[in-house]
Ligand binder design. Structure first.
Ligand code: PLP
Length: 371
């Protein structure tokens, strides 16, 4: 239909992201657009930075949201921190590790991939073996919360190990942030990136990142130029830092940033620990319900993400047809399996605003009708 405004249906979003965006955040995004160099907007950006520092639990100066989705946060870390011919250990226990490897290759680095089975956490012993075999490694990269499998890894121990061998640690916490405990400063993580549409429940399209002093030093002292103009943090730092004189780098996505700001205020109001606790409690509720239906989890109990529940599709149930029915008849979105898990698992997200008792009840009841 031509010339008709688009009216999206009211879905309940319980997949791997995006999660439900609250009315408050949507309203914030509908506020008037102002200039991105307007002093009032810059004030809001300064506020956003403080709120992001709270969410990440860091005092890192270089903390902000990249004007593009989580994948750009990933690319930003590798573009800035990898120099040609440097070795980077990639801990791959799911879909996103593969993309890290691609990034290292594209920026001229040498990826050393450590494979862990999909659905398991990253094995520290394998990292140490790889570090011993490759003492010239510069970076260890891992995924905190593997959204493709629902496995939680231990970035604190991985970072400690990386530092013991003189490496920097890059962590993907796109799905982790606000959903499971994360302490960037206490854990001494060097570079970390996230997304807005998972446990922060803002609209997609921004990637909060944070870089330690050691990372900033490396970026400032690179031998070669960062190969991406847009993501070169040396340029972006001047936009963010220049005291009273922010220069033009790119036009910020103003209204999306209003939304992120509001979502971060909601997180601060709830309290970070309370948010972690809510995700955990709601996961247990969903798990009990699913188990009473005879449904099993992919991941070991100890290593499960509360915000991403990967469950085996019951025998004899049609994957695509069931998910289509959930969407069409119940307005409920859940996620399909990715890669080797396609057709084998469903991924039920309990992220951010979507992690609530009403959604869980609705999801369990809808599943019962469909399978
Ligand atoms: C969703 C996700 C990404 C990518 O984020 P986008 O916003 O889709 O670009 C990266 N890593 C992990 C672990 C994710 O779950």
């Amino acid at each position: 239909m031509d010339n008709q405004s688009f009216i999206p249906p009211h879905r309940t979003l319980m997949g791997p992201g995006p999660s439900d965006v609250s009315e408050r955040v949507l309203k914030a995004m509908a506020k008037p657009t102002i200039g991105h160099l307007d002093p009032v907007f810059i004030q809001m950006m300064d506020d956003t930075k403080k709120l992001l520092q709270y969410a990440f639990q860091t005092e890192n100066e270089l903390t902000f949201a990249v004007s593009a989705p989580g994948m750009a946060g990933m690319e930003c870390c590798f573009a800035n921190l990898v120099e040609p011919n440097e070795k980077v250990i990639i801990c791959k226990n799911g879909f996103f590790g593969e993309r890290m490897k691609e990034n290292v290759e594209r920026f001229g680095g040498i990826p050393i991939v450590i494979d862990d089975e999909w659905g398991t956490k990253v094995d520290l012993n394998k990292i140490e073996e790889a570090l011993k075999a490759n003492p010239d490694t510069k970076i260890v990269a891992s995924v905190h919360a593997e959204t493709s499998t629902g496995a939680l890894s231990d970035p604190e121990s991985i970072t400690k190990l990386a530092h013991d061998y003189g490496c920097l640690s890059i962590v993907d916490t796109v799905t982790g942030l606000a959903g499971v405990p994360l302490m960037v400063d206490d854990w001494k993580i060097d570079a970390i990136y996230s997304g807005t549409q998972k446990c922060l429940s803002a609209s997609p399209g921004l990637s909060p990142i944070s870089f330690s002093k050691a990372s900033m030093e490396k970026i400032k002292n690179r031998k070669s130029k960062v190969k991406s103009w847009f993501l070169d943090l040396n340029l972006i730092m001047s936009y963010w830092e220049g005291e009273g004189g922010r220069s033009y780098h790119h036009t910020a996505p103003i209204n999306s940033l209003y939304g992120l700001h509001e979502a971060l205020i909601i997180l601060k109001e709830e309290g970070l620990e309370n948010s972690w606790f809510r995700h955990k409690e709601n996961h247990i509720l969903l798990k009990d319900g699913l188990e009473s239906m005879g449904i099993n989890f992919l991941v070991n109990k100890e290593d499960r993400l509360p915000q991403l529940n990967a469950i085996y599709i019951p025998d004899g149930v049609n994957d695509l047809e069931s998910r289509q029915r959930l969407l069409n008849e119940f307005n409920l979105e859940i996620g399909a399996g990715l890669g080797v898990l396609a057709g084998k698992v469903w991924r039920i997200g309990l992220m951010g605003q979507s992690s609530n008792k009403k959604n869980i009840e609705y999801c369990l009841n809808s599943l019962k009708k469909v399978i």
